[in-house]
Design a protein around this ligand. Structure first.
Ligand code: 5AD
Ligand code: SF4
Length: 466
């Protein structure tokens, strides 16, 4: 299938009777998944249908992640193999978007001959225009930032959600919704301020309308996304106001958000978890290190003491709160003692989930040039020790739930166990319910009876019974 675009008229680029096919490969975080869904939404409007393999696609889009060196390597290695498709089918269009594109721009075009267009994180809504330029025979690069002077920006224009145009991901029980983008924190290890720009918050009306549309299409749980989600603020609403308004949406069962920054996490937000029935008992609160010296070098704007105070405050307000965190090991200058401090923080807080990474130097970030880089072997060993400790804690935290009552939001049939369904608790723990059929989206009250590998096992216990 070949695009039938007319580069001169542009608008008639679509042949309605013959849909084209698009394959999107997404690397990175939930924000990238969300952006890919928005790309697909636009492309459906341009008469594209998604396909499962790049070999079947007229248009191949790669949505890239730059957070660690490994993520960037994966992008270039995929682009290398896509080059073979381009050689056998020169008409295929290959586009590269996301964080690596934002940072590297036309370097990608120079480095990879088969790429037709490169677009940054602010430019994904220009896809139809860019495709017309490519159809006109050009190689295209668009990485210009949109105007950030206005503090508030409806950065998701005219989101046009209707059931038919919704990507598969958005039709599931769990949906994501971006409320801010960008970051003003400039932690010294992090590439995000350079790949996502300065922080902007989306207008609440726009967010609420999208949330309603997601719920109308079957979403029961919405995760609000932002690089520093709890610093959300517009002229009319702060983060807690927004949560309150979302809590009022009928049919929506659960609200989550990721990732908040500890420095902006106040009592009011913790209290909202106790007050708003739909706001789940789960917070992902990145700490990054257990050593004040390292936190300072990371320019995190919080200390271990202030972090621990917040954890105590949160647990006082909501004792059942599940906590997860991000930790980087082997940040430049991290000594054995600094790392021991991280282990002891882990023992103290006892996080339910852990996302831990070896420090990876990223271009443009100050820490990439710091002296005393930690050797790879030491970084790898520290990461393994941290995961080992956490595995014990994770298991104990999960076992402590045996005998408790939990609410499970059913996501679907168990992939391997016939007759069972799976879902998650409000604390985000996976649960299998054997011998139970249920529709995705159903809330099932259970008693936890066992822990099996990574998943809890629940038995339905209707409310009121023991
Ligand atoms: N090296 C390793 N991990 C990093 N992260 C961000 N930048 C880097 C880096 N340069 C981790 C942080 C962040 C998570 C999304 O990725 O822990 O919270
Ligand atoms: Fe990766 Fe960060 Fe970009 Fe997400 S925002 S894709 S984690 S670099």
């Amino acid at each position: 299938m070949k695009p039938t675009a007319d580069p001169k008229t542009g608008a008639s680029a679509t042949n309605r009777s013959q849909p084209k096919s698009v394959y999107i490969k997404t690397f990175g975080c939930q924000m990238n998944d969300y952006d890919s869904a928005k790309m697909l939404e636009q492309l459906r409007g341009e008469n594209y249908l998604p396909v499962e393999s790049p070999r079947d696609a007229d248009l191949i889009l790669v949505n890239t992640c730059a957070i660690r060196e490994k993520s960037e390597h994966k992008v270039y290695s995929l682009l290398g193999s896509l080059g073979e498709i381009k050689r056998s089918r020169p008409d295929v269009v290959i586009g590269v978007g996301g964080c690596v594109s934002q940072q590297r721009g036309d370097e990608i075009l120079k480095r990879v001959r088969s790429v037709d267009m490169v677009f940054g994180t602010d430019n994904l809504f220009e896809l139809p225009e860019m495709l017309r330029e490519v159809a006109g025979g050009n190689r295209v690069v668009r990485t210009a930032w949109h105007d950030r002077k206005r503090k508030v920006d409806n950065f998701i224009p005219d989101f046009r959600l209707d059931a038919a145009s919704l990507p598969k991901a958005a039709q599931s029980v769990k949906a994501c919704l971006a409320i801010t983008k960008g970051c003003n924190n400039y932690c010294t290890f992090c590439v995000v301020p350079y790949t996502r720009g300065r922080e902007v918050s989306r207008e609440p009306d726009n967010i609420l309308a999208e949330a309603q549309a997601l719920v109308d299409n079957g979403a029961r749980e919405i995760t609000l996304l932002g690089q520093n989600v709890n610093s959300y603020k517009t002229g009319s609403a702060r983060f807690v106001d927004l949560l309150e308004q979302l809590n009022g949406i009928g049919g929506l069962a659960r609200i989550r958000y990721t990732s908040p920054h500890p420095k902006d996490f106040g009592e009011e937000l913790a209290a909202a978890h106790a007050r708003l029935p739909k706001l789940c008992e789960y917070i992902h609160l990145p700490v990054q290190s257990g050593s004040n010296r390292i936190l300072k070098a990371m320019r995190r704007n919080h200390t271990i003491e202030s972090y621990l105070d917040k954890v105590t405050m949160i647990r006082e307000k909501v004792p059942a709160m599940a906590l997860s965190t991000d930790i980087i090991v082997g940040f430049p200058g991290e000594t054995d003692q600094d790392f021991e401090d991280t282990l002891s923080l882990m023992r103290q807080v006892r996080f339910d989930h852990l996302f831990a990474f070896k420090f990876s130097p990223r271009s443009d970030t100050p820490a990439a040039d710091y002296r005393h880089q930690v050797p790879e072997g030491v970084r790898a060993e520290r990461l393994a020790r941290l995961f080992e400790l956490h595995e014990v804690i994770r298991k104990e935290r999960s076992e402590a739930l045996i005998g408790t009552r939990q609410e499970v939001l059913v996501e679907g049939p168990h992939p391997r166990e016939t007759g069972a369904v799976t879902g998650r608790t409000r604390g985000n723990k996976p649960v299998t319910i054997p011998r139970r059929s249920a529709e995705p989206g159903e809330l099932v009250p259970v008693t936890i009876v066992a822990l099996r590998h990574q998943s809890l096992v629940g038995r339905e216990t209707p409310s009121g019974s023991q």
